[in-house]
Design a protein around this ligand. Structure first.
Ligand SMILES: Cc1ncc(COP(=O)(O)O)c(C=O)c1O
Length: 380
């Protein structure tokens, strides 16, 4: 951010621009965005951006190629393929593409589930804590969303899911790997097994938790390779700027229709015009900082989340819920009003089992458990 300010300052000087209203507005925008670079940012899944990725973002703007005409941009196509191969290897899937985020990926996955379904069911089961983009996708596609209860860790109840499947065969089962509210991971292998039993599609929404695949905790995602599709957002878990999502499929989808001038037929993907903005930032991060740096940042975030949880557990008698994906929920017993901390972007307020609780999201590698604890000490 300070590099940006310095660059802007010199450009304004060169162009003889006065300190104008526009300048003030830019300054306040920079201050606003600085929130994500502070050590007390834990409100949402928006990370501090890796500085190499910012260079990639600039390069994407300079290039501006549209991959609906891939023959014009062989270099860009090569990089896109390299990255998709990398994701396919990581998640052990066969085929995939970049997306503008998991809202789109979840919609496309359910669309493909509907197009390839061997049954006439329109039922989609997902945890009651599944992201609202699932219910929205069902609404758009004319499918019926049915939510399944969760246990006290926020994971979908497999028993309730099995019973629901026996009563009404699903078109698709959605497992969430890292719920938006508390970071819980549903049992993916149970979901894929049930989907197999009922000839249903299994999609895993790993938008937030998919990053664990790089870590020593990857067994928490066991079963992923059997899922028909997986969505993951590097713009949440890999310090990337939006938009950067991926949607992976276990098998390539057969071409449903053929439109000569396009690389992918329009029936296979939701993507319209797109180019390097979806993946050049990530490519730059990997090129300049390397996969090890991504892993280091991820492990650091998870370690800070554990430290935050264990300090609260040691020093308070608050209700606490920790998750393996770097979200910690808490509620002091006398319900003090922490809205001032919410307004500052330190924590966010959510509802779990009809109770208002606070949530610390360790999305940024700059967030420090110690600083967050200091902001709460007055309430101990
Ligand atoms: C679990 C989960 N799935 C899907 C999404 C939607 O992602 P996006 O907002 O990038 O489309 C989110 C967003 O927070 C999420 O947490």
């Amino acid at each position: 951010m300070s590099q940006f300010s310095a660059l802007l300052e010199s450009l304004l000087k060169l162009s003889n621009t006065e300190h104008s209203e526009a300048h003030k507005l830019i300054d306040s925008l920079i201050a606003e965005g600085n929130l994500h670079h502070g050590d007390s940012w834990a409100a949402h899944m928006t990370p501090a951006i890796d500085s190499s990725a910012l260079l990639g973002q600039l390069l994407a703007g300079l290039h501006n190629g549209n991959l609906l005409s891939p023959e014009l941009y062989p270099q860009l196509v090569k990089i896109e393929k390299q990255l998709i191969n990398w994701f396919c290897q990581l998640f052990q899937h066969d085929y995939g593409h970049f997306t503008h985020g998991s809202t789109y990926a979840n919609l496309e996955a359910l669309w493909q589930a509907r197009e390839h379904s061997p049954t006439d069911s329109i039922i989609v089961y997902a945890s009651k804590d599944a992201h609202y983009s699932i219910a929205k996708a069902c609404h758009i596609l004319g499918l019926q969303f049915k939510s399944i209860i969760t246990n006290d860790r926020g994971e979908m109840s497999i028993e309730a899911l099995r019973k629901a499947c026996q009563q009404q065969v699903p078109l698709a089962i959605i497992a969430t790997a890292g719920t938006s509210s508390c970071g819980a991971i549903d049992s993916i292998s149970s979901c894929t097994a049930l989907a197999g039993q009922f000839s249903s599609w299994c999609h895993v929404d790993a938008a937030w938790g998919g990053g664990l695949i790089l870590t020593s905790k990857s067994q928490l995602l066991d079963g992923l390779k059997e899922a028909d599709s997986v969505s993951f957002d590097p713009h949440k878990a890999f310090a990337q700027p939006r938009p950067c999502g991926v949607l992976l499929y276990r098998q390539p989808l057969e071409s449903i229709s053929d439109v000569g001038y396009l690389m992918q037929s329009p029936k296979q993907t939701l993507l319209g015009s797109y180019g390097g903005e979806l993946f050049l930032p990530l490519w730059f991060s990997l090129l300049l900082s390397g996969e090890e740096q991504l892993l280091r940042q991820l492990n650091h975030r998870l370690q800070q989340a554990r430290q935050f949880y264990s300090t609260l557990k040691e020093r308070t008698d608050w209700w606490l819920l920790s998750s393996p994906t770097g979200i910690v929920c808490f509620r002091p017993p006398n319900h003090p009003d922490l809205s001032v901390l919410v307004q500052q972007g330190i924590f966010s307020k959510i509802t779990i089992n009809e109770q208002a609780v606070y949530r610390a999201v360790f999305a940024s590698h700059k967030t420090q458990a110690k600083t967050l604890i200091t902001t709460l000490e007055d309430y101990f």
